[in-house]
Write a protein that binds this ligand. Structure first.
Ligand code: SAM
Ligand code: SF4
Length: 440
């Protein structure tokens, strides 16, 4: 490698973004310097996502772009889900790649770097046989106010459409002691918001003898002095229990937002997807959330066009949207993925039909959000100020419910409000964000 400089591009979910923060910290601790462009780097890394085909294609496109630079002393590495899924095949598809490592091997990153530094051009980290989580003191955090903590890695479910169990390995939780210790350290270094991460964060089970469940951990993280907000993502409906809602009701530090992916409103589809709950069981979780003392925002993920999804199944999903009235949602066309059970299922939904259903879901949800957000006008929310939109002359805030609330503040002048918590009254509402004025 020419110089100890690296460039990293991250695709996909929040877990990947946080994995990259840990990878960056590890590299810096070994004397590397991060640079802004692949051109300026000796080591070029892509932390990849393979949840849908489109995401996977992006990395191969990037690798092609830089193929011509391979001879110029640059070293290329593919990390994350595509690395795990494609393994050594990546060396055939893109011979200029020297490192292929899945997230379950990141604990071995220092050794893999030594191999690369010694000139080894076929370095792999592909074993999924691990009970370790990636814990490092060297995380290079991007945001000065919100810090991520992965509390559980991998996934033991087997949803028929999903690659995650194949790319991120078996479920493994960190000890409560290590989570709380990291939380306290973050508070001591000035972070005020913590976001707990996991593919299924609420499947958390403390591996030490105390054996805390997720609700117990949540309540304890909420009591770390100096922490003003705690978020968590993603919750699996099968492991969602009432004590989680009770904890949110008891500790205002826990944000009033739960992301609870439903995928489909049809119990027939949920069974085909192997989601481990029925529509009624899902609705029981929604009832707990709606009968909480706090006004808890609920968001979800929807997949349209899973094999065998009929018009009646799809209508069940639309009816569910009307019934729950989500605060927002992510919707996806079903994307066939390697190794998954759904690949072998018949009765595929044609691409145009998936597109039609996706558009209908998005239009239906947009109408719901316009209605719900309009109801927020006049209400005062506390926001954490996250940025400034110079063009609009507004500050960008985030409410506890995870809504963007942009606002003007007379007293702002040239004062920097980023990182502060302020009360803002909502004056206008669009489908995706709110606008307001700070309350003195
Ligand atoms: N573990 C979480 C759960 O089960 O609720 C979800 C994590 S997954 C990384 C994020 C979302 O990607 C899923 O909720 C699902 O909607 C979507 N997704 C996963 N596989 C997909 C596929 N093959 N096609 C389309 N969307 C998919
Ligand atoms: Fe994928 Fe299902 Fe695991 Fe979520 S629970 S990560 S959708 S297999």
């Amino acid at each position: 490698m020419t110089a100890k400089t690296f460039y990293i591009e991250t695709f996909g979910c929040q877990m990947n973004a946080h994995d990259s923060e840990k990878v960056i910290g590890t590299l810096i601790s070994r004397g590397y310097t991060q640079v802004e462009t692949p051109e300026a780097a000796g080591l070029v890394l892509y932390n990849t996502c393979s949840i849908r085909d489109k995401a996977e294609q992006k990395v191969f496109h990037r690798l092609q772009q830089f193929k011509r630079d391979a001879g110029k002393g640059k070293v290329f590495g593919v990390l994350g889900c595509v690395a795990q899924q494609e393994g050594e095949k990546i060396f055939e598809k893109a011979p200029h790649v020297s490192l292929v490592a899945g997230s379950a091997s990141y604990t071995k990153l220092p050794q893999m770097l030594v191999q690369l530094e010694q000139g080894d051009r076929r370095v792999t980290g592909l074993s999924l046989d691990t009970d370790e989580t990636f814990e490092t003191p060297f995380t290079r955090r991007d945001n000065p106010h919100r810090a991520y903590i992965t509390i559980i890695e991998g996934c033991d479910k087997s949803c028929a459409y999903c690659v995650v169990p194949f790319t991120r390995g078996p479920e493994r939780s960190r000890t409560r002691a290590s989570v709380l210790e990291e939380g306290r350290r973050l508070a001591d270094s000035g972070y005020t918001e913590i976001q707990l991460l996991g593919q299924n964060v609420n499947s958390y089970r403390d591996p030490s003898p105390a054996g805390w469940d997720f609700a117990t951990l949540l309540a304890r993280v909420a009591q770390i002095p100096g922490i003003r907000r705690v978020r968590f993502i993603t919750s699996h409906p099968r492991d969602f229990v009432k004590p989680i809602v009770d904890a949110i009701d008891s500790y205002p530090v826990l944000c009033d937002h739960v992301h609870l992916p439903v995928q489909s409103g049809s119990s027939r589809m949920l069974s085909a997807m192997d989601r481990l709950y029925t529509r009624d069981e899902y609705m029981r979780c929604i009832d707990w959330l709606k009968s909480a003392r706090r006004n808890i925002a609920i968001t979800t993920d929807i997949i349209v066009g899973f094999p065998g999804e009929t018009e009646a199944d799809f209508n069940d999903t639309l009816a569910l949207l009307d019934q729950v009235e989500y605060d927002s949602l992510f919707s996806f066309k079903y994307s066939p993925r390697p190794n998954t059970a759904a690949l072998a299922m018949g009765d595929k939904v044609p691409e145009e039909e998936k597109t039609r259903r996706l558009t209908i879901v998005q239009e239906r949800q947009r109408a719901i959000q316009i209605r719900r957000n309009a109801a927020a006008i006049g209400v005062v929310h506390e926001v954490l100020v996250e940025g400034r939109n110079q063009a609009l002359g507004q500050w960008i805030g985030r409410t506890s419910q995870n809504r963007t609330l942009n606002f003007g503040a007379d007293r702002a002048g040239d004062e920097n409000l980023i990182g502060q918590y302020l009360d803002v009254r909502v004056t206008r509402a669009g489908p995706n964000s709110l606008v307001g004025e700070s309350v003195m």
